[in-house]
Design a protein around this ligand. Structure first.
Ligand code: ZN
Ligand code: ZN
Length: 391
């Protein structure tokens, strides 16, 4: 019905918002996106890493290739938005992170570039599953994403509530943190609450471990570097008058480099095992890498900043934003190919884009769709310029 691109982006976005699907179940979503890309004349490859897909657009004979990535998954959140006409139709699921908007922006860039054909080379539009799990990027790469579809650089964006609508922010180096998870199992010896000397109380031991873990960031890490260690679960098999035999501590760490990740893992293991040994308890320590840090390469930050300035104006672009401690699956791609990740402001008015990500009242701000689509199209023009790109 609406013939303008803005109208089309909005209708794509709201259609996707009504049909949220969670990680690796984005079947209808991937089908919908693939059909649009095929209608635009792109060559679409489906089923990469589960529900992921790649659509190629080649113009001219330039050999250079870039990737533009969107994430497709929603969250297990029940949307709470009375009166919202495009609210979720899938009970208990919601696009509360704005991936509906990311898809629409990247589809918009595909349409702009397919119509204007003002670049020389290949743009690969990569739609990944399961960003929220931190599993989708790895699944696509394990399925041969970059072997089948190599790229020289990759670009991604995330909307950011609290930043003025349509503004941009990025930085060279780490922009979003790694996320690692840990599970510490302390096996003591349960006993009567009134006869503690007969056992080995794992709660007292675990409490010491929780406190001692807090000294790693404050006493072992170079103060110029950043990290967070958070214990988030403390599970025992005790009851009111029984000292338990087992305590499990679970938690989460964030940092910006492999070296810091390794330091955290090593010191956490030493502290946990050492305290358990002191008190005659057994310790098992598991540490898993969930998200790689998102680390931008300088060369492509410059390109991304130029593209954002061309689209939104100099004043709307922060080229050296403070890094954030949240994590993003795009970081896994940046471990393998260089590129840039940028934030685009979703709005700072409370009801107009300013509701936080992952909140049941959140909505992607349709007013920034065109800005995002133009940004990704401009990336292609700057990275694959006509006339300078022949091999
Ligand atoms: Zn999210
Ligand atoms: Zn997200």
């Amino acid at each position: 019905m609406e013939s303008t691109l803005q109208g089309q982006l909005k209708s794509w976005r709201q259609y996707l918002h009504q049909r949220p699907e969670t990680g690796f179940e984005e079947i209808h979503t991937a089908h919908y996106v693939a059909n649009i890309l095929e209608t635009l004349g792109l060559e679409v490859h489906r089923g990469i890493g589960g529900t992921g897909l790649v659509a190629n657009l080649t113009v001219g004979d330039g050999k250079r290739v870039i990737g533009v990535r969107a994430d497709m998954d929603a969250l297990n959140i029940a949307e709470q938005a009375p009166g919202r006409a495009h609210a979720s139709l899938n009970a208990g699921k919601m696009h509360a992170c704005g991936h509906d908007g990311h898809m629409s922006m990247v589809l918009g860039a595909a349409r702009l570039l397919a119509e204007q054909r003002d670049f020389d080379g290949t743009v690969r539009f990569i739609f990944q599953p399961a960003e929220e799990h931190g599993r989708g990027a790895k699944a696509m790469m394990a399925d041969g994403l970059f072997d089948r579809f190599p790229v020289d650089a990759i670009f991604g964006a995330h909307n950011m509530p609290g930043m003025p609508a349509g503004t941009f922010a990025t930085r060279a180096g780490g922009i979003m943190a790694s996320e690692d998870n840990f599970v510490i199992h302390i096996k003591g010896r349960g006993t009567h609450a009134a006869r503690p000397h007969m056992g080995a109380d794992p709660i007292v031991i675990a409490a010491q471990i929780v406190l001692a873990l807090q000294t790693i960031v404050s006493r072992n890490l170079d103060p110029s570097l950043q990290a967070v260690i958070s214990c988030t679960e403390f599970i025992t098999d005790g009851i009111r008058n029984v000292i338990p035999s087992n305590v499990i501590i679970k938690g989460d760490t964030r940092s910006y480099s492999k070296e810091v990740q390794a330091l955290l893992e090593t010191r956490m293991r030493e502290v946990s095992v050492g305290i358990c040994r002191t008190h005659g308890a057994e310790c098992s320590f598991e540490y898993t890498h969930e998200f790689a840090p998102t680390v931008n390469s300088e060369q492509f930050v410059e390109l991304a900043v130029s593209a954002a300035r061309n689209v939104a104006g100099d004043a709307a672009v922060d080229a050296n934003v403070q890094p954030m401690m949240i994590s993003e699956d795009f970081g896994a791609f940046l471990q393998v190919v260089p590129g840039n990740f940028i934030f685009i402001g979703n709005g700072d008015a409370p009801e107009r884009g300013g509701i936080p990500l992952h909140n049941a009242g959140y909505d992607f701000n349709d007013d920034i769709l065109m800005t995002g689509a133009r940004y990704f199209a401009e990336i292609a023009r700057l990275a694959l310029p006509v006339g300078t790109n022949r091999s």
